[in-house]
Design a protein around this ligand. Structure first.
Ligand code: IMP
Ligand code: MG
Length: 175
């Protein structure tokens, strides 16, 4: 894809705001006043992470991890590599992984067991987008913003070759 162009708006900032408020309330109900550790997955989850954290009124610590599974390609390689690890000890903690999109499920399935092996009390997943048609490994996703078709999404944190993360809405690439 060399002369890629961005398509029309699929999901607006307003729709994302409403969804974040809804999921925030759900998280508050589920954890009933218990403290949580929100782990944002860099770089795609930054905007969604900000939306979720300000909508969750619980005792909270935030941290970030950076993992890579894609190069400058639109297909998953299946390899998960940790670029930046957590700075927080999560033993005995309620961890909520905040991710931009679940596609094959490989990244989150890896991260989920990674946190479970570090003896987190609970590990939940909160994703802005879910692309169920791309699934290669089974994974339980606890909080889903929006379900999308099997197209290449950009905007609101999601990139193509590091571009388009700054679009304040969700769109897709036209070939
Ligand atoms: P998975 O391991 O295949 O589930 O891939 C998850 C990661 O792949 C996400 O965190 C994104 O970085 C990237 N990804 C998957 N689908 C898309 C897409 O449609 N647009 C942009 N990035 C994507
Ligand atoms: Mg990502």
């Amino acid at each position: 894809m060399h002369n890629e162009t961005v398509g029309t708006v699929l999901i607006t900032q307003e729709q994302i705001n409403e969804k974040a408020a809804e999921i925030g309330r759900q998280i508050e109900e589920d954890f009933k006043g218990e403290p949580v550790v929100l782990v944002g997955i860099l770089r795609g989850a930054v905007l969604w992470m900000a939306d979720i954290m300000k909508n969750v009124n619980l005792d909270m610590v935030i941290d970030f991890m950076s993992v890579s599974s894609y190069g400058a390609s639109t297909k998953s390689s299946g390899i998960v590599k940790i670029i930046k690890d957590l700075d927080t000890d999560i033993e005995g903690k309620n961890v909520i992984i905040v991710e931009d999109i679940v596609d094959s499920g490989r990244t989150l399935s890896y991260l989920k067991s990674y946190f479970e092996n570090r003896d987190a009390k609970t590990v939940k997943i909160c994703t802005l987008l879910d692309k169920p048609e791309g699934r290669k490994v089974e994974i339980d996703v606890d909080y889903i913003g929006f379900t999308v078709d099997d197209i290449f999404i950009v905007g609101y944190g999601l990139d193509y070759d590091q571009k388009y993360r700054n679009l304040p809405y969700i769109s897709y690439l036209e070939e």
